[in-house]
Write a protein of this length. Sequence first.
Lengths: 220, 220, 220, 220
Amino acid sequence: MRHRLPNRLVEGYSGFRQTRFRREKDHYAELAAAGQAPEVLMVACVDSRVAPEVIFDADAGEMLVVRNVANLVPPYQPDSNYHGTSAAIEFAVQVLEVKHAVVMGHASCGGIRAFRDNHLKGRVAAPGDFVAQWMEIIAPATELALVCEGCDPLEDQHAMEQAAIRQSLRNLRTFPWLVERERSGALQLHGIWFDMADGTLRELDEASGRFQPLQRPRFT
Amino acid sequence: MRHRLPNRLVEGYSGFRQTRFRREKDHYAELAAAGQAPEVLMVACVDSRVAPEVIFDADAGEMLVVRNVANLVPPYQPDSNYHGTSAAIEFAVQVLEVKHAVVMGHASCGGIRAFRDNHLKGRVAAPGDFVAQWMEIIAPATELALVCEGCDPLEDQHAMEQAAIRQSLRNLRTFPWLVERERSGALQLHGIWFDMADGTLRELDEASGRFQPLQRPRFT
Amino acid sequence: MRHRLPNRLVEGYSGFRQTRFRREKDHYAELAAAGQAPEVLMVACVDSRVAPEVIFDADAGEMLVVRNVANLVPPYQPDSNYHGTSAAIEFAVQVLEVKHAVVMGHASCGGIRAFRDNHLKGRVAAPGDFVAQWMEIIAPATELALVCEGCDPLEDQHAMEQAAIRQSLRNLRTFPWLVERERSGALQLHGIWFDMADGTLRELDEASGRFQPLQRPRFT
Amino acid sequence: MRHRLPNRLVEGYSGFRQTRFRREKDHYAELAAAGQAPEVLMVACVDSRVAPEVIFDADAGEMLVVRNVANLVPPYQPDSNYHGTSAAIEFAVQVLEVKHAVVMGHASCGGIRAFRDNHLKGRVAAPGDFVAQWMEIIAPATELALVCEGCDPLEDQHAMEQAAIRQSLRNLRTFPWLVERERSGALQLHGIWFDMADGTLRELDEASGRFQPLQRPRFT
């Protein structure tokens, strides 16, 4: 073997084995034998700072997690192309019958920043510009009209990140079998936005369209 | 708001805030201010039992994580379709200049099982069968010839999971700018396979094509 | 060396090194260089199920922790015997000037159970019966009158555990320099009782003498 | 209630409840029902930087932990005084029949530093000087002859911390029922020394009298 796994990963894995895996090995073995049955589908960003399992202290088996650039859901396109995110949604909703689908955005999103830059500068994505093409998913979002050259860039970035979450929820609802489950009450959709600068989490109130700080938890 | 975030997520987030985030809030604030600079791109599965940040005890900021069904990398296709995984690879390699790209497979993979079932039964993916279409990415893998009806299903499943990792590495090397970085020594590719039943991690030796148990770590 | 440290401890230490210590090594190095400055003195039991650092998710450096059988504080005895707990209290209050002294009891306390058994059976501690002698510290507690043969043993045990906490607080107030600091407002005393069966924590209200469930935390 | 538990403790407890306790509540409930059965007695220091459960990543129920200033074991004194540490040893060895008794010292020990200062300056402990009196437990240690005014203070401090561990092991062996169990092979004694500055752990080799770095762990 020419290259070995970086030492940092070897040590991190070793740490996992000797701490959390040791403590939870029965749980892992049960999950291996019985298969997974998560109740939550999380659509999150690839960003290295926003791991959903960390932010929600999730147990193994609790959430199916799709991660792509900017946590986008493309619209339903039943053609013969590869649709990685749609495959995950199909697997979560049709096969595993999750009860919740959560689109989780975050502050400082590089994909959104790239989209905003291109948008302001009138750049058009060329074939093979994978990030730029991918970010076109949010172009239909009418809220993006609020993006303006004179605005406070941080505020504008946050507004666009949140508009993208709303657009992904709209796109989720273009999947016919998903809508059916939402209508029947078997599935609930949620939009959330995390700011790693101070740890706040905001939840979308779809009635008002606004993202509101999470209510304080009940103590149990 | 009609639906609220499930209580389990609210409590998990609250736990994160009061334990890990509290302890690492300076680190998160620095990462928010300075931006991310991960050295590792991890291509992992959406499966709820194999969170890379847990298995490698990763810190915030350490690894960019793409997660799709069966941790696949599609081949380089510079057209105008949405290529979510390719966008993440472009972002990791071209923008963030990661030093390692790791394809992480695992035992009990539902995507691989679905592919194997379809394969054995001669089923063809119809448009809109997102999982089946997506799994076609591994169809070119010649190793799949070993899939056979008479074989031990578990052994066969593991062989196919590992063949899929090799195929994804091959596909990674169809991205011209990625190959360039690998050739210059700026980027290393790795294939690993995790078995949650007993916690073992195997690493692909590309010379022999075999997955070998991780060597024991140096004590530091 | 005839005997080696048990493997479980070696692996646990190795896990600590590769997870928490790795993440906090700068904090540990600072604490080593600057010395400790905890704000809390915790008087807790030796019981293997009630580690204060775990139950309060304490950081290194946060609490000085004395642990003896049944989390007792003996009365002030300025003689020339060895007074281990009093030495810890002196160190915490006089040298480190902690702001809080907490006596932390718990359900299922073996020391309290032994005392209760001896008490009911009229057994007297012989010299060299270290546990029995040590538990005599709580004998002056008038609340112990409530211990009765006909009572519900679990309720009785809990009542006695809580009476012991009140007695330890009384004994803490026999240390003249500690009382002085409490009077000046520099030090606050607290009594708490933890039940590992369901995770509840109760806090002593000294006005009423009752242990009340902890109020729910503010969300921050 | 005049004073409330400090907010930091309330939040830390809340974090524990929502993360570790949530994950391990069945284990805690079993421990509550079945009683504890630890295999290890740990004699450790009250120091806020050296929590044994953290350093050994211990599970609830794994180790009975006595903590006093400088992790000392006094000699066997079967009189009618309060002997908190001896009570814990009796409980661990006679009642719980632990298999290992570990004396765990550490660098930067305030109790050892106080003893060394008094020793160099010829100060005598007065009645009511609880720390000074308590530290007299190590006065018989002949190794202390190496303490000298001209020496490197840090090296000298470490030597004294390690001499104290050897003295505590000697004192452990003055308990007749403990020696009996050691002779029969039912109990093993260990001395270890932790340096939080760099995380190293050293283990006493009683044959040579030297503290040696822990061997690297086997990977499991």
